[in-house]
Ligand binder design. Structure first.
Ligand SMILES: [Zn+2]
Length: 285
């Protein structure tokens, strides 16, 4: 429907595919959020129920980045015109990628950045704390040497991962079958989150300790609970255990202590150009 409004569909068809949108960092506010003369939906709405991928995230204008906070939080966006306000749905999974610093060589020993560490602090500092707080998973992707690309891949095959994900989603569908407005862990809030994602006693103790030590915001605390619930689901575990909390929290460490991937991971190879930080937020149903 949104794609139809935006005039992106041929012959009045309807799209049944989950969208993948990849706006460029030079895109205007209206193109990302929505607007223009006829208050058209922007990329955040065109990505509804799908993925919004923003490469070179710090290169987007600051006011555009800050405006993302509302749709991330509420799953809707208000597009204002002189004589009309239009509300569009915008529940998307935000995937952002960034070099560690402007020149991109911050942690490459072969081509060290001359302005480190300020180069990285200035560059990643364009992403505000409240915006970064809304990312559930932050992963450091180290550069991969060409000779390592030839190494055999020892990670779990994608088909296997897809099966685990399908099983985890089935588990969530069963869990939330009786709960209104909630189909997956990302939708769980308040009492629903407490009921289904409260960890075991030693898991709770660890979560409190992490919250105090790293100064987690209330939002961050609940996001760790949701991610831990999903990690437990992927592991086929009914209870959220201490290990699930530890893993969820490891994805949320302060910038500069971002979680590392194995050096010769193929996934890292695909994303590293020369080094990127990938961040994901899932508010998608
Ligand atoms: Zn640099």
């Amino acid at each position: 429907m949104i794609h139809s409004l935006a005039g992106l569909l041929d012959e009045g068809g309807i799209s049944r595919e989950r969208p993948f949108r990849e706006p460029h960092s030079t895109a205007s506010m209206a193109a990302i959020i929505g607007g223009g003369r006829s208050a058209k939906p922007g990329e955040v709405s065109l990505a509804h129920n799908g993925v919004l991928f923003m490469d070179e995230f710090p290169e987007f204008p600051r006011h555009v980045l800050e405006t993302l906070r509302q749709p991330i939080e509420t799953g809707e966006v208000m597009v204002a015109r002189a004589n009309a306000h239009v509300k569009y749905p915008s529940r998307f999974m935000l995937i952002a990628a960034a070099n560690p610093c402007r020149c991109g060589y911050m942690s490459d020993p072969a081509r060290a950045c001359a302005r480190a560490p300020e180069c990285g602090a200035d560059y990643l500092g364009r992403i505000s704390g409240p915006l970064l707080d809304r990312f559930d998973l932050r992963v450091d992707v180290p550069p991969v040497a060409y000779r390592d690309l030839e190494l055999p891949c020892d990670s779990e095959p994608s088909a296997e991962v897809a099966r685990r994900i399908a099983a985890a989603r089935d588990r969530q569908a069963t869990r939330y079958a009786e709960t209104l407005h909630c189909t997956v862990n990302a939708d769980a809030e308040g009492s629903v989150l407490q009921k289904f994602a409260t960890p075991s006693l030693d898991g709770q103790a660890l979560l409190l300790e992490i919250a105090e030590r790293f100064g987690l915001t209330a939002r961050g605390y609940h996001r760790v609970m949701r991610v831990a619930r999903t990690i437990a689901d992927l592991a086929g575990s009914e209870a959220v255990e201490r290990a699930h909390i530890a893993e969820a929290a490891s994805f949320r460490l302060p910038t500069g202590q971002i979680r590392s991937q194995p050096r010769n991971s193929r996934k890292a190879a695909a994303a590293a150009q020369p080094e990127k930080m990938a961040m994901a937020n899932d508010s998608r149903p």
